[in-house]
Design a protein around this ligand. Structure first.
Ligand code: HEC
Length: 108
């Protein structure tokens, strides 16, 4: 009986740790959605402006975005400016993708 209790406790701990880890990291589906949206509405112009390299704008040494709040604001601004019709969760997915792939700012 005692052993069973310990096992249940251990299992509970493992499961709650897994749930926490999942909540903290952005899901693959969100990142894929962000990438798809970015590829569709944003990439061509960035490539055209920066010698055919669509990622240079985020990785150039003098890139303009320096934290997560600035990134989110920039994504929202560019989305509005280019009339993408994105909803806030679309912008959040693009921000998450750009951060995961390029900027790597702390998310907490
Ligand atoms: C019509 C062309 C064009 C389109 C479309 C466009 N961008 Fe940009 N974007 C630019 C240019 C040019 C810059 C660099 C401006 C500068 O140096 O400040 C830029 C810069 C950025 C940056 C800042 C990079 C950095 O750290 O310096 C982000 C983030 C960004 N764009 C996101 C987007 C997103 C998201 C979209 C799609 C909704 C988008 N852009 C669509 C032209 C465009």
């Amino acid at each position: 009986m005692k052993l069973k209790f310990k096992f249940a406790l251990a299992l509970g701990l493992v499961l709650s740790t897994l749930t926490l880890a999942q909540a903290a990291s952005t899901t693959d589906a969100t990142l894929k959605k962000g990438k798809d949206l970015l590829d569709k509405s944003c990439m061509a112009c960035h490539a055209a402006k920066f010698d055919g390299d669509p990622t240079y704008v985020y990785t150039r040494p003098d890139h303009k975005v320096h934290n997560l709040a600035q990134l989110a604001a920039r994504v929202q601004g560019c989305s509005n400016h280019n009339n993408t019709g994105w909803f806030p969760d679309d912008e959040a997915a693009v921000t998450a993708y750009l951060n995961e792939r390029f900027y790597k700012f702390k998310t907490n």
